[in-house]
Write a protein that binds this ligand. Sequence first.
Ligand code: F0G
Length: 392
Amino acid sequence: MGRPAYACSSCGNLLEVKMDIAESITRLSKVDHRSRPISVWRYRELLPLGRSAEVFSLGEGGTPLFRCSRLARELGLKNLHIKFEGANPTGSFKDRGMTVGISKAKELGMKIVTCASTGNTSASLAAYAGLAGMRCVVLIPEGKVAIGKLAQAMMHGAMVASVKGNFDQAFKVVMDSSERLGLYVLNSVNPFRIEGQKTAAYEICDQLEGKSPEYLYIPVGNGGNSAAYWKGFTEYEALGAVPNRPIIRGIQAEGSAPIARMFSTQSDEIVPVSKPETVATAIRIGNPANWKKTVRAIRESGGRATTVTDREILEAQKMMARFEGIFAEPAGSAALAGMIKDVNNGDLDKASEVVCVSTGHGLKDPDIAISQCVKPATIEASVDALRMFVGG
Ligand code: F0G
């Protein structure tokens, strides 16, 4: 077995799986993949795993694409959907990448897996590593990981180290040490994870019955997921499954927005943010590992990356919860916040078909939710007390 590689040794760019379109069309023609339940593994022929490889699955993907008519009416939109990735087994989109990433790691004979994480990657990796009987080491930024995510990583049996620093520093430690310590990295620099995540784009096209939306709003942290969606849409178009691709609008939190800054300054080089801050701790990243891939993807789509404030994120979180019954974590509300901002600024045609990606479940971060809501009243155990409480 050779050494695992994540980047090209000559140009330094991250590796990417390239699909052989003709071969994939032949493979797909031999199966009726659309008769399978919608999920990551519906698209097995389009995923880079050996035919005899074992698949480690918890039933990831197949998440709902909600048509949000109450929100749409409120905002004056015609056609708004939310792809709710919080409905994945560990509560975030990371499970798509991990089912493929861990199955591949096992196929390659890896024994110990690792990641640095703002929370969701570690929760997901811990769960899938446990399922595959592998050891798992995760590094998280000290004090900045939502409590639900930490509980998951610990409960699933990962070795959890809290690093004195932010995500970018923890990630550097992982990359600097993985080879020496024999750890297989399952951050989004791992190309097999991106392959799993691209299936969300296939699913949206299938759920919209054979087309892409006109706009896709998606939060951007490290940039892996937005690049994965673009890869998925691009492949599905090349395979002849859809006639179009969406315009991608990447949304970053104002205090952690090096990619949006590149767009506003029309620069070709990233300037990392040394002290990223945002209430959306999942995307509290100042030096995104996948910036090149995602900037290329967003530009190719004719889109752009912009920012939202913490207040806008929290308002969108509440709107989603109250109008549509969808409870998302703050980062999982950033895409909607960005879309609302565009609507208010006249930067989005209200008749367009729009999909916002909500990337993680609200139960991951109960502290943030509780801090925004009215505390429960304490009342006597009587009908009268309840009558008083509900106002007569
Ligand atoms: N939304 C959520 C809920 C996330 O957890 C993340 C990333 C993103 C959006 C951004 O995705 O990095 O691919 O651009 N979370 C990583 C983690 C960094 O460690 O859990 P991206």
